[in-house]
Design a protein around this ligand. Sequence first.
Ligand code: F6R
Length: 603
Amino acid sequence: MCGIFAAISDRPVAGVLVEGLKRLEYRGYDSAGVATIDDEGLRRVCAVGKVSALQQRVEAEPLPGCIGIAHTRWATHGAPSEVNSHPHMASGVAVVHNGIVENHGELRQRLERQGCRFLSETDSEVIPWLISCAVADGSGPARAVRSLGEHIEGSYAVAVMTENDRNVLHAKRHGSPLVAALGPRGGYLSSDISALAGLADEAVVLSDGDQVELRRDAISVFDKSGRPVLRARLPIDAVGEHFDKGGHPHYMLKEIHDQPAVARAIEARYDKSPFVAEQVALDFNQIDRIRLIACGTSYYACLVAKRWFAEVAGLSSDVELASEHRYAPVVADGQREAAILVSQSGETADTLASLEKLRGLRTPTIGIVNQQVSTLAREADFFLPLLAGAEIGVASTKAFTAQLLVLARLVAHAAEQRGQRAAARRLRAALGEAAKTIEAVLHNEAAIVAVAGILAKARSALFVGRGALYPLAMEGALKLKEISYIHAEGFAAGELKHGPIALVDADTPVVALAPSGDLFPKLASNVREIAARKGKIILLGDRKALLALSDVADASLTLPACDELLQPIIAAIPLQFLAYHVAVARGCDIDHPRNLAKSVTVE
Ligand code: F6R
């Protein structure tokens, strides 16, 4: 949420800053801004909306200067506007900020009493004022940046430059991600390592509390207590791997089509060696209960895993939304727990707060994360990578199926340890079919486009499923609402009659996840209850299931028959396609849905 990019070079940096912001745009696209320092001092250009709007402004009013900072904003405090855009400036100091200053009201009042004049409504503007006041009191810029920790409550990553010293960029992180890198043409700071592709070969990953002084030819990192420190360097992958849409019009569509390859990558890594055992040094025989924690789509993956843990490994589990778990009362019931935290980005603020809480409780933690350079990947006790590659579309697709595939591998490992060998074998065999079954669904895209036409006209839609497909009903509804803005809700099919069936009418399509299996007869009855109320039914199921309900279906999408354990993974694909094609039909901005951002680093 919010992207920071900064550069110091031997040539003007405005172009490279705007390019960097384009790569970080998934983090927020309410407004963008850039500031540089040239012979005449600080200059800033901002624009509301996407980075392309900023690019036009920068092309129209060129910004000289070989040192600069830039920002793409997801608005928290104050509407998207030029004045609320970063960089914020105060007496020769310019700052970009990612995070939230929770005590900004109090700081602002204090600074106003000292004569500081605020221009924006943002929490962030207190930061340049805090720094400029410290500098006015005699601190050097580095000390002034260090002193932010004494004033600010909340999370932040900041990049700072001052008119008085054009040879250094300062940065500090506390709870929000930041990496630094040196390339042949200078030094860079970025919220995300992938945005540095093509500029440098490796990046220094900062730890919480670290401060950086970045020069054209040197990176100096200092830990919380101000001691120089060496941090891990990680290779930066080539540009194409991250930003190529592979000939598709949107990242989301490309990422849907990436899924067979992701399934194969997971299969190759997780199946051919005792990979989970090597990564996770836990004995599942010594664990009474699993706690699964995540947000949004990742939370739905956890709900599916809960059923697998019970059915395959005989382990009970609780699934919690991180935003609730972090403040939930702790019950010391003597159960031995292990926690699994699932996240595409590894930077979701609520999930990281849960991690912190679990650490305090001494609960062992397993992070299942796509972004290997992330706080959750680094700080969980054990780490399982998703191997989905960069997911740029804001709506999660391939990361979700990767989460399911990796969670299933962990379940199979736990089952094996607990002596449930036959169940583990069955799950592994089903997973071995995942890539080609997903491929079969992808071939069905044309049929999905036709069905999307029905949903595209609706004002509201319902999704229903049972068992492990109930979370998929919620995921299907989330996908639809976030990118097409159609109101959608997912329900357990058996719950409809307890209230939601009141919503059913001829104008409200109901997507029913109805593949063959133990629960099919129950689901079929629920579908008939909907039909009896003139609901428009879109069925997703294998041939046998579709045939059994053909008399009530308004439209149907055929899923390949597969092991029931695999069904949630396979059902995800048509739901993603449906949301995508409905959003296309409605002319929505697929990769940048309104009000959203990819990496939710604020609470
Ligand atoms: C929806 C979506 C979000 C994320 C949620 C958690 O398509 O992407 O609901 O799943 O914000 O993000 P991560 O997985 O990065 O923790």
